[in-house]
Write a protein that binds this ligand. Structure first.
Ligand code: BTN
Length: 245
């Protein structure tokens, strides 16, 4: 069950706050901030976090079995965010591997999963989620990529932020406990339902350079499956873009 819930007006980053205090926080601590002065995105990017519009939340979840048991966690969190949106009656979004929440018009939510601890043994995941509830013209301008918000998804009326936060919190608590018990398996089918890359021509940019292929779903560990001319490949980490067919 929920360990602790903290609401702050401003933090540098809700994930950094948990990182600094992890040793003293109970399992399933959730920290929200109205605004972040140094919000962090994946791959060293920053996450714009002005007050009054969106949701910035991080969650501490401990696991006994070490990193070895956490494959698929970051995809499972994508599914958890989709569950929260569905519980609010918000449909029309999907997942771009590993866990970007997108609509046809841009990114709706970002997820940053950071791990601390041991490969086999006690460890912790710090899971950061940013949800665009209502965007302004200046945010669209600053974003550097197409972004979209729940207000547009809901037909122009922004859903109440407290309700969105509450839905996200209960989906996280329930979903992370489910992941702890059962791993990625129960999430895989739901992931497939939301997978925006399946059947799409993709270009992957990773440690091994560029690879082109067609999205073929994800495997039981959450790796992206890519049908290439040389056969099916499973990719653990890469930047993915959809090629124009
Ligand atoms: C991404 O690049 O898509 C991930 C963005 C994650 C943003 C959230 S907002 C709450 C938490 N605190 C941060 O500094 N980042 C995450």
């Amino acid at each position: 069950r929920l360990g602790k819930l903290e609401l702050h007006w401003e933090l540098d980053s809700t994930s950094s706050e948990i990182q600094r205090r992890a040793a003293d926080l109970p399992d399933l601590t959730l920290i929200l901030a109205e605004t972040q002065s140094a919000g962090r995105g994946r791959r060293g990017r920053s996450w714009l976090s002005p007050p009054g519009l969106n949701i910035y939340l991080s969650c501490l979840k401990r696991f006994d079995g070490g990193f070895a048991t956490l494959s698929g966690l970051s995809l499972a969190v994508g599914v958890i965010v989709m569950r929260a949106l569905a519980s609010l009656g918000l449909h029309g979004a999907g997942l771009k591997w590993p866990n970007d929440v997108l609509s046809g018009q841009g990114k709706l939510a970002g997820i940053l999963v950071e791990l601390a601890g041991e490969y086999q043994g006690p460890c912790a995941a710090i899971i950061g989620v940013g949800i665009n509830v209502r965007l302004t013209a200046s945010l669209h301008e600053q974003a550097g990529q197409p972004i979209h918000d729940l207000a547009s998804l809901a037909g122009g009326v922004a859903p109440d932020r407290n309700r969105v936060a509450a839905a996200l919190i209960s989906a996280l608590v329930e979903g992370l406990e489910q992941f702890e018990r059962e791993g990625f398996t129960p999430f895989a089918e739901e992931y497939a339902q939301y997978d925006l890359l399946r059947g799409k021509p993709l270009r992957l940019q990773g440690a091994l350079g560029e690879v082109d292929g067609v999205g073929a779903g994800v495997d039981a560990r959450g790796a992206l499956l890519l049908q290439t001319r040389e056969g099916l490949r499973a990719v653990d980490s890469a930047d993915v873009t959809v090629r124009r067919a």
